[in-house]
Design a protein around this ligand. Structure first.
Ligand SMILES: [Zn+2]
Length: 479
């Protein structure tokens, strides 16, 4: 690969990029449980595919160093992290109260190796952020990351720790402003909430809205206090296709780049917005989805790409493999090379599959209306906020919640509990075997310097009225 990052390529995509890529060979072994739609195996499938396309030769490939407990505690509550570290499938029944308190059990089950899994996917995103900060790469990729629903002291929507928030905190050590963009079909609620009151992070989420998990992400939610107009929500209906998606994405993001001028961008590439996703209802092709990556790459701003949702494994692998190709600047052949998981990609064995003929419930008028409204919000941003490294809002005291309140907590679930097994046989056979060899772990290269609390901007305490309407509607913000 070209290590200089300065060789100009002809064409609109500008400079050739130095790309670093984080992958842990154990990650595919973690297993959420029988019938659970979230399958870390998809990360291994994507990796296998991109290696067989030869893309690993065009990137710096790293095994992520596991994030330490104290790294995770820079966003998450200490007692929540300690719980994730100590809970086991065998002993979880002794901790019913804690399970409820931290929303662990249903969508977010306790499984073997849960904590090292969290450390691994968070370590990849943190490592990528550090490498971008050190100017050792132009683009960093961690497909195991992107778990955007996790909250400060609560698991949610298959997510336990929020690697994105941790990576953004790391980027904020070197950059005045960081932009977060989320193209998962679900609202990027955990990231939005973490930065809802700051003008140093702008969050932009494109998602299905209306009777859909997690229920937040209304176009009227724009941020609060200093963060007002620094959160942007793009609510979409079923069946959105490539053309409709890009007629929002490009003008909105162009305007964001112009008015916010971020020093770094994090793009969450959740693949459940693809056509045919088991939990999704959009109609994007891999090329339409990847157009977002291509577009962000063209701004020549340090870019962290993370994964996220994606529940039809063969399409997740297709998508993240193709997007890795976009990152390194290679157009991949449609005909797939043979790979370990070849049988998943039949009968066509091609990288691209046609979207469906489902109805696009986003009318032209609807798209125009929300585009104008969002551009108008952006025009209210008069200034590019400058750095305030010492700023830190006062912490709010936490009150322990009582169990009656927790029991009435009416949550929309990300998954209805129905079993999703048609694709899972392979994964089930590869069932959890992750006794990690301490020597291997020590041998992994560590790229994550210690995070210190003083270097972070925001550190919210847990919601004291958890389960009440107040905490859901106000994003947990305590001014
Ligand atoms: Zn999702």
């Amino acid at each position: 690969m070209d290590g200089s990052g300065n060789s100009l390529l002809a064409g609109p995509e500008g400079r050739k990029k130095r790309v670093c890529y984080y992958y842990d060979s154990e990650v595919g072994n973690y297993y959420y449980g029988q019938g659970h739609p979230m399958k870390p195996h998809r990360i291994r499938m994507a990796h296998s595919l991109l290696v067989h396309y030869g893309l690993h030769q065009k990137m710096d490939v790293f095994a992520p160093t596991k994030a330490k407990e104290r790294d995770l505690c820079l966003f998450h509550a200490d007692d929540y992290v300690r719980f994730l570290k100590t809970v086991t499938p065998e002993t979880q029944h002794e901790q019913i109260r804690q399970l409820k308190r931290f929303n662990v059990g249903e969508d977010c089950p306790v499984f073997d190796g849960l904590f090292p899994f969290c450390q691994t996917y968070a370590g990849g995103s943190l490592g990528g952020a550090v490498r971008l900060n050190q100017k050792m790469a132009d683009i960093a990729i961690n497909w195991a990351g992107g778990l955007h629903h996790a909250k400060k002291c609560e698991a949610s929507g298959f997510c336990y720790v929020n690697d994105i928030v941790l990576a953004i905190l790391e980027l904020l050590k070197f950059h005045e402003r960081v932009l977060y963009i989320d193209i998962d079909i679900h609202h990027g609620d955990g990231v939005e909430e973490a930065f809802y009151t700051t003008d140093r992070v702008m969050t932009v989420s494109f998602h299905k809205f209306g009777d859909y998990f997690p229920g937040t992400g209304d176009i009227r939610d724009v941020g609060f206090e200093k963060g007002k107009y620094y959160s942007l929500n793009v609510p979409l209906n079923d069946g959105i296709d490539d053309e409709s998606y890009q007629c929002l994405f490009k003008p909105i993001i162009s305007k964001v780049m112009e008015v916010f001028q971020p020093g770094a961008v994090v793009l969450q590439c959740g693949a459940d917005s693809l056509s045919g996703d088991r939990l999704g209802c959009f109609n994007l092709s891999v090329k339409g989805h990847a157009e977002c990556v291509r577009f962000m790459r063209s701004f020549n701003v340090p870019l962290l790409l993370v994964g996220g949702g994606g529940y039809t494994m063969r399409n997740v692998a297709r998508c993240w493999c193709y997007e890795t190709g976009v990152a390194v600047g290679v157009e991949l052949e449609d005909k797939m090379p043979y790979n370990e998981y070849y049988e998943y990609f039949g009968p066509d064995y091609t990288l691209h599959v046609a979207p469906s003929n489902m109805e696009n419930q986003n009318s032209l008028q609807y798209l125009q209306t929300i585009r104008e409204r969002l551009l108008e919000n952006l025009s209210r941003l008069q200034h590019v906020p400058s750095i305030q490294f010492s700023e830190r809002p006062p912490d709010t005291e936490i009150l322990d919640e009582d169990e009656e309140e927790m029991d009435v907590k009416g949550k929309i679930r990300i998954w209805d509990g129905e079993f999703y097994d048609s694709e899972s046989e392979h994964a089930e056979n590869l069932r959890s075997n992750h006794d990690l060899d301490a020597n291997n772990v020590a041998a992994l290269r560590r790229h994550t310097p210690e995070l210190t609390e003083g270097q972070t901007t925001k550190r919210f305490k847990c919601n004291e009225e958890k389960g009440s309407n107040v905490s859901r509607n106000s994003h947990g913000i305590r001014a």
